[in-house]
Design a protein around this ligand. Sequence first.
Ligand SMILES: [Cu+2]
Length: 131
Amino acid sequence: MKRLIVGVLTLAGVAVVACFSDRGSGPVVGAAECRVPVTVIDSLHYIIALRNFAFHPDSIAVPVGATVTWVNCEDAGVEAHTTTSDTTGIWDSPLLIPGARFSRPFPTPGVFPYHCTPHRDLGMVGKLVVQ
Ligand SMILES: [Cu+2]
């Protein structure tokens, strides 16, 4: 399993593996994805965790055609977040409570800066590169 993930990382040209365990205090009891310290599910499926009022990783490159899933990994009771493209109209998730997720395919290349609408001023921003 570990070897497979490393292989996928190499193929995708993405050297990002998030380790969620060092970002929280105690285990996450929300979405299943939050328990897995992996950003890359396979070459076309990627996870971005929302935790501690930040996106993890906050910058990621994925191949054209990939599906990206943002998962709110905050502890229960923490404020909801969104994932919202800086360019109006590309994507705008509803408010995601802890445990909730939002997925979107990215069929065309580009650089997509995005943010969390309630917490943009707190620096809750990210960048997605589709290449
Ligand atoms: Cu937020």
